[in-house]
Design a binder for this molecule. Structure first.
Ligand SMILES: C[S@@+](CC[C@H](N)C(=O)[O-])C[C@H]1O[C@@H](n2cnc3c(N)ncnc32)[C@H](O)[C@@H]1O
Length: 323
């Protein structure tokens, strides 16, 4: 399969699968997670059922913080976070799937009334491009349809200007970036940009708390090419060591494993896929990031994990034998 085809097939499979999973619970996408019941009381059953996460990054967030949830889906983690951060905090959820956004927004007023404050914001965007609000783009395209190259140039300029002048998520604005079972779905071509966006939006000293699915061996190409396995959070999984390295490559440090499933969630062709929750911090100043030191500071908890050392150069791609 050519790179172009691979991207289109994978992206379309993810869009289609999660549009359907917003309408109808899909048990195959649920990896059992325990949440603190007191935060679930205000959630309608529909949102509790549409839980497609694999961890609980909300456990590591504190009162008053500004949090960004990448791939917020039906909004369950955002609504838990809304209660955790309290009225002084803010919660932004980003998802590019219209059906998921509609589901998350459907209960916004009802949940805010039950909690006592409304601090959630659901935005349409690609998590690898947090500067561009896709609803603003939809509306611009509606007013300025593209029929010719000059039309397209105008859109292109508008997009650049949006990223500069009114980015969807501003640089250095977020205390905690969380994500629950989403990064593995991102096209390999955009993964470097994804981690660099996480780093861009975090304030200095802010942290990423990411739960995702990782593999214990490289995922072979024929599995990566399977759209069902990819959209099912399996064949796009990062290899564990590569996942940790990706944070460091983006300039984050103090990369730490907070939780690691002992039992595999899925085993395909002998490859184990399990959930991992990782914490990584944005240095407080450029000088605080010493690459040599950073290379050695991955802390493995609760047990040691033998980490794969990345080869030099780019790793993740549909034609590579890793991630
Ligand atoms: C496995 S679900 C997880 C949803 C949610 N985090 C949860 O815990 O239930 C993945 C979500 O990520 C969204 N998604 C996947 N790739 C995305 C991307 N590149 N940009 C924005 N959203 C994305 C999907 O639309 C879907 O809602």
């Amino acid at each position: 399969m050519e790179q172009e085809n691979f991207e289109t097939v994978v992206d379309r499979a993810v869009q289609k699968r999660y549009a359907a999973a917003a309408a109808e619970k899909e048990p195959a996408l649920c990896c059992p997670v325990t949440y603190d019941g007191k935060y679930l009381d205000v959630l309608p059953q529909e949102l509790i059922d549409r839980d497609y996460g694999c961890g609980n990054p909300a456990e590591y967030v504190g009162e008053g913080e500004t949090v960004l949830d990448l791939g917020s889906g039906g909004g369950k983690i955002c609504y838990i976070l809304s209660q955790v951060v309290g009225p002084e905090g803010q919660v932004f959820g980003v998802d590019r799937n219209d059906e998921m956004l509609a589901l998350a927004r459907r209960y916004q007023t009802q949940i805010a009334d039950a909690i006592g404050w409304n601090n959630t914001h659901f935005l349409k965007g690609n998590i690898q491009d947090l500067g561009l609000d896709l609803e603003a783009l939809d509306s611009f395209l509606n007013d300025h349809p593209v029929h010719s190259y000059p039309d397209w140039q105008r859109v292109d300029q508008w997009i650049e200007q949006q990223r500069e002048a009114s980015p969807m998520i501003e640089s250095d604005s977020i205390d905690v970036v969380v994500s629950n079972c989403v990064l593995n779905l991102v096209n390999p071509k955009h993964r470097e940009q994804l981690f660099s966006e996480i780093s861009r939006v975090l304030r200095p000293g802010g942290r990423a708390i990411i739960s995702d699915i990782v593999s214990d061996h490289p995922v072979p190409l024929h599995l990566q090419k399977d759209p069902h396995l990819w959209s099912g959070c399996i064949s796009g999984a990062f290899m564990e060591g590569h996942f940790l390295e990706a944070f460091k490559r983006a300039g984050l440090h103090q990369v730490e494993i907070l939780k690691r499933q002992d039992e595999a969630w899925a085993i395909v062709e002998g490859i184990e896929f399990r959930s991992l929750t990782v914490r990584a911090e944005k240095p407080t100043s450029a000088s605080a990031y010493k690459s040599e030191e950073n290379r050695q500071d991955i802390t493995a908890k609760p047990r040691d994990t033998s980490l794969t050392v990345l080869p030099d150069g780019d790793c993740c791609g549909p034609d590579s034998d890793c991630c």
